[in-house]
Design a protein around this ligand. Sequence first.
Ligand SMILES: [Zn+2]
Length: 140
Amino acid sequence: MPDWTPEMDATLRQGIAKRLSAAQIGASLGRTRNAVIGRAGRLKLSLYTRPKKAPVPPIRRSPIGSLPPPAIPLAPPRMAPLRPSEANCGLLQLSNTSCRWPHGDAPPYVFCGAPADLAGGRPYCGEHAARAFTGYGRRY
Ligand SMILES: [Zn+2]
C-alpha cells in the first residue's frame, strides 16, 4: 500500500467532518476501516463514534407463554421461617466444613452453614443429611 498522501488525509478530514464512519471513509479511499482508524489516530483526529445505546433492561418473561407481565413488580418470594438452629450464610461464606443445604428458591440464596457431617462423607449437617439421604423406599 502506498503511503497516505496529503489528498487522502484531506479526504479523511472531510469524511470525519461529515461524520462518516471509518468504513465509509476507507471505502472512498480504497483503504480498510482499520487503516482509516490508524491514520486518524496518528493525525490525532477523532473519528465519529455512534452514541452508545442505553442498556435495555432484560425482558421478564412469564413461565407460561403469553401471559402479560404483572402490572406491579412481584414481591420477593417469602422463604419459610428458619429455625434458630439453622444458621444462615451466603454462598461466599460457605466453607468446606459447612452444611450446604439451600434455603429458598430465589435469590438471595442462603445455606444452612452449620457444621457438616464430614465423618459420614456428607456435605450436610446431621438434620439435613437425614432429610437428604432417605434410603431406599422411604419417601417424604
Ligand atoms: Zn444443615
